[in-house]
Design a protein around this ligand. Structure first.
Ligand code: 5GP
Length: 210
């Protein structure tokens, strides 16, 4: 992990492509392709978490969105929290995560949206307290994966309810062969994906070529 940070510091001087390569190498080394469209990365991203990698990813998001004047970072629990917090530490801005509830009867003082979970195949209501988002907020959404875009669409819905402004979306891993990226491009949303997966072929990850 120490080695990673040293390499990343070199990457900072040489350009950020270095970090993308390190992330891709880590995905190749430790990621596991499950079926046709799921990548398991629970050894470093969303179960066990590599803090040095997170710090480097947070710095990368900061570099990519440095010209955007944001007030808040938004994500969805639980797997979005680590990269969102890392970005929050780089931006020095608060991080708000939407909570997931199977059924939500009490909706007072909450913004809510329905989100269909790609991995769990169930619908969840996600909720954010009205205390933490309002018309003066300029929001950066951060998540671990972009697949069909449901989680991000739910957050965009909530940003609309709060009359806040969406400034961009940063994801650690985009599966470009699923429809989420195209949906966001159609809406002219500024999307930054650190690793972009073109396909899974014979259990191997194929990345988009720059
Ligand atoms: P979407 O809403 O874009 O369809 O899916 C995004 C959410 O589903 C992410 O927040 C992530 O937690 C989960 N997800 C989507 N695809 C994958 C995947 O291939 N692997 C893992 N581990 N999670 C995924």
């Amino acid at each position: 992990m120490v080695k990673f940070v040293k390499q990343t510091a070199v990457g900072r001087e040489k350009g950020w492509g270095q970090l993308v390569k390190l992330l891709e190498d880590r995905i190749r080394q430790d990621g596991q392709v499950l079926g046709a469209d799921v990548l398991k990365v629970d050894s470093f991203l969303n179960h066990q978490i590599d803090p040095d990698l997170m710090a480097a990813l947070g710095a990368e998001f900061h570099a990519r969105f440095k010209d955007v004047d944001i007030t808040k970072i938004l994500t969805v629990e639980s797997s979005g929290i680590a990269p969102a917090l890392a970005a929050g530490m780089a931006f020095h801005k608060p991080v708000v995560f939407a909570r997931k509830h199977k059924s939500l009867t009490l909706k007072d003082h909450l913004y809510t949206a329905e989100v269909y979970s790609f991995t769990k195949k169930t619908a969840n209501t996600i909720a954010i307290s009205t205390k933490f988002l309002g018309p003066n907020d300029r929001v950066l959404i951060i998540d671990d994966f972009l697949a069909n875009g449901q989680a991000v669409e739910g957050l965009i819905d909530i940003i609309g309810q709060a009359q806040a402004h969406l400034e961009g979306v940063g994801v650690v891993i985009e599966k470009s062969f699923q429809k989420g990226r195209a949906l966001l491009d159609q809406r002219h949303v500024h999307v930054e994906a650190l690793a972009r997966i073109a396909a899974f072929e014979n259990g191997q990850v194929v990345f988009e070529q720059d």
